[in-house]
Design a protein. Sequence first.
Length: 205
Amino acid sequence: MAASATRRTLHGIAECLLAGPEYRACKEISLRVTPGGFATTGAPAIRLDGTELVEGELHRIPVQGTFGQLADAVGIRFGPPEIGYRDGSGVAEDDTVELDPASLKIITDWFLLADAALRVLATDQAPILWPEHFDVAVLLDDRSYGASPGDDFHATPYAYVSAADNDGSGFWNAPFGALLDCSDVRNIDDLVSFWQTGRRLIGGS
């Protein structure tokens, strides 16, 4: 329960306290992974650093209370980007934030490892943390390669290759393509190898 509540809180922060204000300020929704959390890529400059939100690199606000109270403390308007996507965190302004320290570390460490591995896989791209599904990914040959902190389909963090139209081999173990649970990942090389295998099987360069 602590893991899913923490994941939902982090997703809500990414979507409604970072990506939403960023979209309203500069029409961007892409976020970036940072040590201990994640941050906007444009204005306003907001990042999650462990159990604190940092605004403008100077103003630090503890992640506590409700999402609305956090938004007020940062000086932003709560809400997701107004671009009409179907999914999202589902959090409301009066929902209470919940961060379990152990679960927080698992997720933020996973994102940091995945971000580093994606930069090896795609040396010409900066991985993007997307607020809709809350995953960090790159796009190669119109296919998404990335990592999720877990979701309703698979509860624990996992890496994925998005390719529903695959060759049906044993590599493809999910409706959307393939996934690799975090328990099977020891290092960056394991992630890169998984993604490269998927890319090879779908005929990528």
